[in-house]
Design a protein. Structure first.
Lengths: 193, 497
């Protein structure tokens, strides 16, 4: 019931499309992200946050700000000309590669259904995809792909050591709670009548 | 995900239709239909009140507000709960003891006037039809975002399913269905929080990310005056919301009503905290969504495990259905019980009144659906505006009227009309913003209503003691004679159980 009438979007400009290519190797992952956007000003600020046990090395472009606070990398990229711009950011994540940070621009995603395309290579074919984020699909050549309408702030790489998966456990817990609750409620009503 | 969602939706709809059919068999009289035979206990009652309170505005709008504004929006809940406490101590016990079926029953009896019954019924129908527009519109947007179906198809399905279970079993079926809905909402939200926290990288990572994104997320995104006005809108309207108050009538007794209100606040606390955390954590996962109103749908569809996500989507749809259902009962009751049964065909049979109620429900559902398809405004703004109007015309006659015996029919009419008009004028003349003076329409509306109620009541003849007897205990002791005032509700419907 609660609501209010203020602005409904967090920004006004739009992200036209993003293509992210990730290659996972042992203890490191290389990320190449290309952003097509229509920014309102002459600078777009990108932010990524790393988790403990991981470092982010930006290879291109050359940046003036890097890690501005513990874990937070901020990249202000200039827009070359008015209208549509394309930015490419390449970086390497070293250490923990199960949760890879993505650089998120301070513009909202556009109205297209599949604005963001993510491709991941180097993940074992036998690894279950249950706990991945965003939702991933495995293609015939073993590449994992995700297509979403909005820009996520990270990618959760599925792990082979987690065969059951937190998602499956959560689903089972939800079903168990509701079924047990219903049985208890029916039993009480039957007992009362 | 889509297959899981289809299965969960099918199972859920089958269960609620089963409950509706079971209730229909047990519904014999108008009292059964509108008050579930006064049989609802505290736990089901509390869940019902919570489910009625939690609507599309909470799971779509409030979650979106937390996504956008962070924790400062959460303070609005204190206004909501203050409203519930006002209701628990100053409104609900007296209304339940009085034992009416509708809110117009109460105003007609308390102020000994049939004219005020018509005015109250009319204002209820108009204001809640506006709220129905918001609910239908929200259902269309969720359906479009999640299922990719046309909003009109979604609205038709919502109207059909909600009307059917409302028509079949009245308050009895909706009470048990609301109970189920409250459980699903609470379970889905509570399970979603740890999953999202795990996905977002834990508390520390999420906090750092959000603080870097926008420091106001953990500070004052909305200023104190804005929050006071918002709290007043929700709190004052919750205290007297006819579709909430009507649910008191279906409970066993006054004690049950009070217990149910506290249980309801407990449900709302859990839901409120969950919605806050989910909104913030969704911001970590998707920092720049194109619309904050999409945060809940995207989180449920893209992030959560298939069954939990489907449950949350069902919870959102359920919340809309329970609100639509409650509104249809109130507005349908206003037409059948307060207008048809009192003025058009007094003495109509119980069966006829139930049938008129059922027909009214269908008509009252279809008209707002047409308006919703025109997309006249944003869902949240419609919800907020509606709460302002309810508070402006109902708070004073109900809360003050129940606790100040000197209030008269003329005072109540002046308060209702004056409060409504003042709120409307303040909004239409562009005074609603905070930029210039920081005074909101709800504050103007309620204050105008209060002044008019006191002044006009003082200038007019007091209500006869017989009409006050059901509401004031000492009046009962002084005047123990049988109630003979207009429309006490008891004379035709029997004593409350």
């Amino acid at each position: 019931m609660l609501g209010w009438t203020l602005a409904l979007t967090v920004a006004t400009s739009q992200l036209g499309g993003v293509r992210i290519s990730i290659t996972v190797e042992n203890q490191r992952a290389r990320v190449e992200a290309t952003y097509r956007l229509n920014p309102p000003g002459d600078t777009v600020v990108y932010r990524a946050i790393r988790i403990p046990g991981q470092s982010v090395v930006v290879e291109h472009p050359n940046v003036t700000e890097g890690e501005v606070s513990p874990g937070l990398t901020r990249l202000p990229l200039a827009v070359s000309a008015p209208g549509e711009s394309i930015h490419t950011i390449g970086y390497v994540v070293i250490g923990r590669v199960d949760r890879l940070p993505l650089f998120v621009p301070d513009v909202v995603t556009g109205t297209a259904a599949q604005t963001v395309v993510i491709e991941i290579r180097g993940v074992d074919r036998a690894t279950p995809l249950g706990d991945a984020f965003p939702r991933l699909r495995r293609s015939e050549d073993g590449t994992l792909t995700a297509q979403t309408g909005d820009m996520p702030s990270f990618v959760l790489i599925p792990k082979a050591t987690n065969p059951i998966g937190a998602n499956l456990l959560a689903d089972l817990a939800a079903v168990t709670v509701i079924v047990l609750g219903t049985i208890y409620w029916i039993a009480r009503r039957v007992g009362r009548s | 995900v889509t297959l899981t969602l289809a299965v969960v939706v099918t199972v859920y709809l089958s269960v609620i239709m089963g409950i509706a059919l079971w209730s229909a068999v047990r519904t014999k009289t108008e009292e059964d239909f509108l008050a579930a035979g006064r049989s609802i206990g505290p736990f089901v009652g509390g869940a019902v009140l919570a489910a009625t309170q939690i609507s599309a505005g909470t799971l779509v709008g409030t979650l979106g507000r937390h996504y956008l504004a962070g924790i400062s929006w959460w303070y609005v809940w204190f206004g909501v709960w203050a409203g519930w406490l006002v209701s628990a101590f100053l409104v609900a016990p007296k209304l339940r003891r009085f034992g009416a079926l509708t809110i117009p029953d109460y105003v007609a009896a308390r102020f000994a006037s049939e004219k005020i019954r018509v005015l109250a019924a009319g204002l209820i129908i108009v204001s809640y039809s506006i709220l129905l527009v918001a609910q239908f519109q929200a259902s269309g947007e969720i359906a479009q975002a999640v299922f990719g179906v046309d909003p009109m198809v979604a609205m038709l399905l919502l109207v059909a399913s909600t009307s059917v279970y409302t028509m079949l079993g009245g308050v009895r079926s909706s009470s048990y269905i609301d109970f189920l809905q409250a459980l699903i909402i609470a379970v889905a939200l509570v399970i979603a929080v740890p999953i999202l926290l795990h996905q977002a990288g834990g508390i520390s990572t999420s906090f750092r990310f959000l603080r870097a994104l926008d420091a106001r997320l953990f500070g004052w995104f909305y200023g104190p005056r804005e929050l006071i006005a918002l709290s007043a809108s929700f709190g004052l309207s919750v205290a007297v919301a006819p579709y909430e108050l009507t649910r008191f009538y279906s409970m066993r007794d006054e004690k049950t009503v009070k217990q149910a209100i506290f249980i309801s606040i407990g449900f709302q606390f859990v839901i409120g905290v969950s919605v806050l955390l989910i909104g913030l954590l969704t911001r970590v996962l998707f920092p720049n969504l194109r619309s904050v109103d999409q945060a809940s749908s995207i989180m449920a569809f893209e992030v959560l495990p298939p069954i939990v996500g489907s449950l949350l989507i069902i919870a959102m749809i359920s919340a809309i259905m329970s609100t639509v259902n409650s509104i249809l009962i109130v507005t349908g009751g206003s037409i059948a019980h307060d207008l048809y049964g009192r003025f058009i065909r007094p003495g109509a049979s119980q069966r006829r009144l139930i049938n008129v109620n059922r027909i009214s429900i269908v008509v009252l559902a279809i008209v707002p659906m047409y308006v919703a398809l025109q997309k006249l405004g944003d869902v949240q703004s419609i919800v907020v505006e509606q709460t302002k109007f309810i508070a402006s015309f109902f708070f004073v006659p109900v809360v003050i009227g129940l606790n100040w015996r000197r209030g008269t029919a003329a005072g109540a009419v002046a308060a209702m009309v004056g409060g409504f008009v003042a709120c409307l004028v303040w909004e239409l003349t562009g005074q609603g913003g905070f930029a210039s003076h920081g005074i909101d329409a709800v504050e103007v509306g309620v204050l105008t209503s209060l002044v008019l109620f006191i002044v006009v009541s003082r200038l007019t003849r007091p209500v006869a003691p017989e009409s006050l007897r059901p509401f004031f205990r000492d009046q009962q002791l002084l005047k123990p004679s049988k109630v003979s005032g207009i429309g006490t509700g008891r004379s035709t419907l029997g004593s409350p159980r």
